[in-house]
Design a protein around this ligand. Sequence first.
Ligand SMILES: NC(=O)c1ccc[n+]([C@@H]2O[C@H](COP(=O)([O-])OP(=O)(O)OC[C@H]3O[C@@H](n4cnc5c(N)ncnc54)[C@H](O)[C@@H]3O)[C@@H](O)[C@H]2O)c1
Length: 251
Amino acid sequence: MVQNRTVIVTGAAQGIGYAIAESFINNGDFVAIFDLNEEAAKSGAERLGNAKGYKVNVADEESVKIAIGQVIAERGTVDVLVNNAGVQHISPIEDFPVEKWDLLIDVMLKGTFLTTKYVIPTMKKQNKGRIINISSAHGRMPDAYKSAYCAAKYGQVGFTQVTALETAKFGITCNAIMPGPVRTELIEKQLPKLAEQDGTTVEEALNHHILGKQWMKRLLEPSEIGATAVFLASDGAAAITGEGIGVTGGS
Ligand SMILES: NC(=O)c1ccc[n+]([C@@H]2O[C@H](COP(=O)([O-])OP(=O)(O)OC[C@H]3O[C@@H](n4cnc5c(N)ncnc54)[C@H](O)[C@@H]3O)[C@@H](O)[C@H]2O)c1
């Protein structure tokens, strides 16, 4: 069935966002890729087919406002918003640079607020909409040296619940997905370095540093996050709102 809904996915030029975009396109939808990396957003959209790349800084109000206005002008509406753009910085609190703190909170928390702020009027008008925030397992479980990341990811969960509450009467749902470790460039690049540091194999480094106590003992595939997002945006998920859905492999 061709649905051809209009779906915005932020940070979809690569990684989990790209896989989410691919899942929606395989479902018959159109995806607007919002990413800071314009070239990758545009080439990604070309590869994916039923998609268009937009240069957007989700932490900048003007940038978000203009891009969402453009999507609405071109497509008439926004049916689904997936807030996925994210950045990481790892450091003990006492050494954590303030500008990195601001960056992480701005991209993941303020960015989620800004896109939501500018899609809600359209979703309310059509009495239908789905908002999905990509938080993290670190949105309910702390990890040392990730203070800003955890603050933003826990914050996204609170924001998800308020959004769900405020929009429930308008046919809009808002949920968070909380992924465990996903096979992305970010993780795969760390492994050889960690293995060398510890004098272990890459597999041992993966088990020690990344998988920890995870029950399934495997990295998740980005497409598994995509499948969950498509489900949350489906008609069958109409009564699920204000939830944080773990996709973790067990933890
Ligand atoms: N990789 C994991 O294991 C994992 C686990 C749990 C949650 N997550 C979350 O999933 C999301 C995606 O992670 P990923 O691993 O695919 O990351 P990634 O680094 O591969 O991709 C992030 C994308 O966001 C874009 N981006 C960064 N700042 C932006 C901004 N200001 N405006 C617009 N776009 C911006 C980047 O250009 C990039 O394309 C993040 O929110 C991350 O916290 C990842």
